[in-house]
Design a protein around this ligand. Structure first.
Ligand code: SAM
Length: 389
């Protein structure tokens, strides 16, 4: 990739470059022939910037619904928030606030989402190339009147806003970090800022060490399509007193306090809580909501007698269960005409992929996919066979 400069961004923002990018939006992209064709009309630098931009735009479609109107830089695109996450935060977390600052806005994954839901956004970015790209991106989406880009270190600014969002870079010395004091900027800077603003929210890696978080911060976890994506620390008005989990795309939220301990035997159905619920420490709270119980206090599988549909957990109808023995499990699969088996485990040493291979002989062509759960109940290896609800 050719290094971008503010001059490159000016060139790429111009009408001639934009028309070239639009012409190359679809169709095959061969580095040699495409670049050679571009070099006939443009300088070597310009051709390289155009070619890189076409590739980045195509890649960015996975994160930005409007990628074909925007400009990108490789690392900033890597770091940018995915569309559904940014939109959810803008609509829900920042719902009460009209004027929001994005501190370290990059190319605008979050700042654009905030402006698109109608906020007045102050986007601060100290990197000149990223700030220029964001300025183009705001204008390209018709948001220039609502989104002001300031190229500066936000720590030097008076921030005249009601709330601030920060998504600190998690690279330190070229390596990814989950340490809160090694982020750029460190969490302590953002915590200090919360003394001056009513509300501050900070996006963090979900693998963070909760003990590193200041006691007065609130903490929630967000998943998208069953995958744990991020943690969000809140200060001031955004410091929820209880832990919370949000499950997207449904947009359903669960918050503590954690429910009472309730364990019991395998019932008619089994639930696997969403990873955001588990990471937020809300498994028992979910059990209380679903009228369910844990199979074991150490294990995040829930069971209940009456199935309930919820985005907060995946559910299965229990077909069989008992102490784990491979032969018995193979017999269950044959008896239920399983065509495929997916093995899941919690607190079991057995490798799912290895067991799936060993169970192949018990499968019938064309049968349904069943799920085999391996776990421990009161210290005993236990297996549960289920069909998705
Ligand atoms: C992870 S990226 C932000 C990505 C953005 N949320 C998005 O979705 O596109 C962090 C950005 O913060 C900027 N940054 C870090 N410290 C800063 C500071 N003190 N002032 C201004 N910008 C800063 C970095 O240059 C980087 O572009």
């Amino acid at each position: 990739m050719r290094r971008l400069t503010p001059e490159a961004v000016r060139f790429l923002s111009g009408p001639a470059a934009q028309a070239e990018l639009a012409a190359l939006a679809e169709g095959p992209l061969d580095p040699l022939t495409t670049l050679a064709a571009l070099r006939k009309r443009w300088s070597a630098d310009e051709a390289a910037w155009l070619y890189d931009q076409v590739r980045l735009r195509r890649k960015a479609r996975a994160k930005f619904p409007q990628a074909d109107a925007l400009l990108f830089e490789a690392e900033a695109l890597e770091q940018a928030s995915a569309g559904p996450m940014a939109r959810w935060r803008a609509e829900h977390v920042f719902a009460p606030y009209a004027r929001v600052a994005d501190l370290g806005a990059g190319i605008g994954g979050d700042a654009l989402a905030l402006a698109l839901v109608g906020k007045r956004v102050l986007a601060v970015e100290r990197d000149p190339v990223r700030a220029a790209l964001l300025e183009h991106n705001a204008a390209a989406l018709g948001l220039a009147d609502r989104l002001r880009v300031v190229r500066a270190d936000w720590r030097t600014l008076e921030l005249d806003v009601e709330a601030a969002f920060a998504d600190p870079a998690r690279r330190s010395g070229g390596r990814r970090t989950v340490r809160l004091d090694a982020m750029e900027p460190p969490l302590s800077d953002l915590e200090r800022l919360s003394g001056r603003l009513p509300a501050v929210a900070v996006k963090l890696a979900p693998a963070l060490d909760k003990a590193e978080l200041p006691a007065r911060a609130g903490l929630g976890f967000v998943s998208l399509a069953g995958e744990l994506k991020e943690a969000l620390a809140g200060f001031g008005e955004l410091a929820a007193p209880e832990p919370w989990a949000a499950v997207l795309p449904a947009g359903v939220r669960l918050s503590g306090p954690e429910g009472p301990e309730r364990t019991g035997p395998v019932g008619a159905c089994l639930y696997e809580p969403d990873p955001a619920v588990i990471r937020a420490g809300l498994v028992r709270r979910l059990a209380a909501e679903l009228d369910a119980w844990q199979l074991d206090p150490q294990v995040a599988y829930l069971s209940a007698d009456a199935p309930r549909s919820t985005p907060l957990a995946r559910g299965w109808r229990v077909l069989e269960h008992g102490p784990f023995r491979q032969k018995a499990v193979a017999a269950w699969l044959a008896a239920h005409g399983a065509g495929a088996v997916e093995v899941k485990r919690r607190r079991s040493p057995i490798e799912p992929a290895v067991l799936e291979k060993k169970l192949k002989a018990a499968l019938a062509r064309g049968g349904p996919t069943l799920t085999l759960f391996l776990t421990r109940i009161a210290g005993r290896p236990w297996a549960v066979l289920g069909r998705p609800l």
